[in-house]
Each structure stands twice: as structure tokens, then as C-alpha cells.
Ligand binder design. Structure first.
Ligand code: ZN
Length: 259
């Protein structure tokens, strides 16, 4: 009788051990699957990025046809801040595909520095990443007898909001018959809404020339327009809003660091 009870408890013990081993295997397998799928996603994003860097050797034709660049699927990071500023690692956002369909939200790069005054018209903050190339670009222009200065760099969400509101008020004065929606659409052809501006990245500047007293002007006869079109790419910058781009008017002064 005792023997039978011992056998029975041994059997139950074996069943328990088997169940534990089985459960461990299942858990381990599911973890592997989850881990692998996560890794695959990040790897594919990195692969595409490095491929793009390789593809992006100085090539004026490719540079000028910015519209042919296939944007990545947005990197799945939470970008819509629910209040307050989100500090971002600038390196992760170098190729962030900002557009009217894909905002970045209320962000601040983690490596902002002030540009030396001799290269600007006022106090300008930019990402540390772009400083060296930007100064090389300005010095090269000087060699070609062109005095360039940075007039805008990093802009916060709030600054962009103020700018957008200012432009709306100006347009309303000029076009009093237009309603608020029409005014907003009009302004949005040359100014991004807060949360949608490439200036939030810290890797974008507006650069103008002494030849027309640092005025925003895309006249192709201006030396600075021609110079940026022909040379910006040599210093790892590209004109985001090239002529004929689908989102904004032509802005030869607005250059994005794209190494
Ligand atoms: Zn700009």
C-alpha cells in the first residue's frame, strides 16, 4: 500500500517536472521570436540608413533630385509630446522624414551649441554635428567672394508657433477677404506649422548673402542661389525645398545637413 502511494507521488512528480520543462521551452521560444523580430526591424532600418549614406556620395544629379529619395518608414519612436519638450538624440534624426504628413512634435536636440557670431546675423543655435561642415561651407563661399551668414538654425516648437502666427497675421492684413483656413493654407506654402518644421532638428539652417542684404530671395540670378545650388552638397548639405518640390515654395537658402 505504502509502495503504491510512493509510486503514485513519484508519477505526479514526474508529470510536474515534465510540465515545468515544457513551459520553460515554450517561454524561451516565444522570447526568441519576439527578440528576433525586434532585432530584424532595427537592423533593416540601420541597413537602409547605411545604404543611403553609401549611395550619397557627391553626385550633383542625385543631389538635385531630392524628390527621388525614397523616405524611410518613420522610425517608430514616440514623437508626439503630450506637453513639455522631448529631448532627442540628434544622430537618430539626421534622416528623419519630416513632411506635412509626418510631424516631429515638440522636440529639442540634445547637442545644441551657439554658432560663432562671425558666421551669423544674430544668436543662432544648431546641432554640434553640423558646425564643422557649415563653417567649411561659409569659408568656401568667402573664397568665391560671397559673404554668407546663417540667419536661422534650431527653432523650438514655441518659436515656430510664434513665426507661423506672425505670418498668418501678415497675410490676413494683405488678404482680408480670406478666412482663417485659407490664410493657414497660404502661409503653409512657405512656413511649416509648429511640430512640422525641419528647423526643429537642429541640423538645418537658413543661410543668406550680403549681396542682397541678407534678404530671403530665390531669384536664380543671385550669386548665393547659384553658389548653394552648385556647392552645398560638397559640404554635406542639401536644399530641402528644391524647385518643384511638392510641399513648399522653392527655398534655396534652407539647407539640411545630409552626410
Ligand atoms: Zn528654413
Amino acid at each position: 500500500m505504502l509502495n503504491k502511494a510512493r509510486k503514485l507521488s513519484l508519477l505526479w512528480f514526474q508529470v510536474l517536472i515534465f510540465f515545468c520543462v515544457f513551459a520553460s521551452v515554450i517561454i524561451a521560444l516565444s522570447n526568441t521570436v519576439i527578440f528576433n523580430s525586434g532585432t530584424d526591424v532595427s537592423l533593416s532600418v540601420r541597413d537602409v540608413l547605411s545604404e543611403r549614406i553609401d549611395d550619397n556620395q557627391p553626385d550633383i544629379l542625385q543631389y538635385n533630385s531630392f524628390k527621388t529619395v525614397q523616405y524611410l518608414t518613420p522610425i517608430p519612436t514616440p514623437i508626439q509630446s503630450t506637453g513639455g519638450v522631448k529631448i532627442i538624440n540628434t544622430r537618430e534624426y539626421i534622416y528623419y522624414p519630416l513632411s506635412k504628413q509626418n510631424p516631429i512634435g515638440n522636440v529639442q536636440p540634445n547637442d545644441l551649441v551657439e554658432l560663432p557670431k562671425s558666421y551669423t546675423t544674430r544668436k543662432i543655435l544648431v546641432s554640434q554635428l553640423i558646425v564643422s561642415d557649415l563653417i567649411k561651407l561659409i569659408k568656401a563661399a568667402k573664397q568665391d567672394n560671397l559673404e554668407l551668414r546663417v540667419v536661422s538654425g534650431y527653432r523650438s516648437f514655441q518659436e515656430q508657433q510664434n513665426l507661423f502666427s506672425y505670418y498668418k497675421a501678415e497675410e490676413k492684413k494683405k488678404n482680408p477677404s480670406l478666412d482663417d483656413m485659407q490664410i493657414e493654407l497660404l502661409v503653409n506654402t512657405y512656413s511649416a506649422k509648429p511640430g512640422y518644421s525641419e528647423h526643429h532638428l537642429g541640423t538645418v539652417v537658413d543661410i543668406l548673402s550680403a549681396e542682397n542684404n541678407y534678404q530671403f530671395d530665390s531669384d536664380p540670378n543671385l550669386k548665393y542661389v547659384q553658389w548653394l545650388e552648385n556647392n552645398a552638397y560638397k559640404y554635406n548639405f542639401r536644399i530641402s525645398y528644391y524647385k518643384g518640390n511638392p510641399e513648399y515654395i522653392y527655398e534655396p537658402w534652407h539647407i539640411r545637413w545630409w552626410p
